[in-house]
Design a protein around this ligand. Structure first.
Ligand SMILES: NC(=O)c1ccc[n+]([C@@H]2O[C@H](COP(=O)([O-])OP(=O)(O)OC[C@H]3O[C@@H](n4cnc5c(N)ncnc54)[C@H](O)[C@@H]3O)[C@@H](O)[C@H]2O)c1
Length: 277
């Protein structure tokens, strides 16, 4: 369904670890729409993942960068501008990690060193990504920056842990940086709040299968896939959304505004019937 709506645009895509990654799908879709891309990920992820396969497929250069390091981020922008032959039009920040989640620590027994690490990787890196670009004046006018979020920023999902706080901060950074970037450089900044998606980061959350099924049963349109998320990102990178900024945009099949659905109610009614037997 490619229409060439990103033709002539240059982008940097963070976070493609393997073919399940949302960033991987976004890179494929952006390439299909005519964009030229630089891929990036943390040096360790380059060793563990399969990003080079993607790079080969879409003819992209890979520049390693730890998104918590301003030095790495600046070198990334300089390298990307040099390689792509001009300033950048869009950036996807598709990064998340909680050490507390990984190590099975509950929300009320956090190791705060791990909490700070997760905050730096999952939220502050979004600010750093923009501040590094700002300092180098690396983004073109009407550029578009997207971060990926989850509805645990607004509502409790009991095992999402400190990632909920990180997502709330990520969305706040989008609003605050979006104001300054919009006013001074005409760059837009948004977060997309995506349905549960079967990826390395997603399936690392305890009870992921239950979250996935529950969200799918509640959403009138069903869960949004990573390919559909990629399509939404493309629309936000394109010229068709130039005045959309400072928003958290739900991309979740209607989950965020549904209190109860026929499928979920029927599940409960059946359970109650079974209990009576
Ligand atoms: N999968 C879901 O259910 C879901 C739902 C909503 C939002 N999201 C968000 O989507 C984004 C992408 O996650 P995904 O689901 O595609 O999983 P993923 O595991 O494929 O991607 C996470 C990426 O973060 C990268 N990363 C970690 N530390 C980094 C660092 N220091 N510097 C640079 N990169 C680093 C990893 O290498 C990996 O590529 C995350 O922000 C995640 O929270 C995911």
């Amino acid at each position: 369904m490619a229409n060439g709506i990103l033709k002539g645009k240059r982008g940097i895509i963070f976070g493609a670890l393997d073919s399940k990654s949302i960033a991987w799908k976004v890179a494929e879709a952006a390439y299909a729409e005519g964009a030229e891309i630089v891929l990036t990920n943390a040096p360790i992820a380059l060793r563990m993942g399969t990003i080079n396969e993607l790079a080969e497929k879409i003819g992209a250069k890979v520049i390693p960068a730890d998104a918590t390091s301003m030095d790495d981020l600046k070198a990334l922008y300089e390298g990307a501008i040099d390689h792509l032959g001009g300033k950048i039009d869009f950036v996807l920040h598709s990064i998340g990690m909680s050490v507390n989640v990984r190590k099975g620590k509950k929300y009320y027994e956090q190791n705060y060193d791990w909490t700070m690490k997760g905050y730096d990787v999952s939220a502050l890196s979004f600010h750093k990504t923009m501040q590094a670009a700002w300092e180098l004046d690396a983004l073109n006018k009407w550029g578009s920056v997207i971060g990926l979020s989850y509805i645990a920023a607004q509502r409790v999902f009991h095992t999402y842990n400190d990632m909920a706080d990180n997502k709330a901060m990520l969305e706040s950074i989008a609003r605050s940086f979006g104001y300054h970037y919009g006013l001074r450089k005409k760059v837009r900044v948004n977060t997309i709040s995506q349905s549960p998606t079967d990826t390395t980061a997603g399936s690392g959350v305890a009870g992921f299968d239950g979250f996935y099924r529950f969200a799918n049963d509640l959403s009138p349109l069903g869960n949004a896939t990573s390919e559909e998320c990629a399509d939404y990102c493309i629309s936000l990178f394109s010229n068709y959304t130039r005045k959309v900024t400072m928003q958290n945009l739900f991309h979740d099949g209607g989950f965020s505004f549904t209190g109860m659905s026929e499928t979920a109610m029927n599940t409960y009614l059946k359970m109650m019937d079974d209990e009576k037997k």
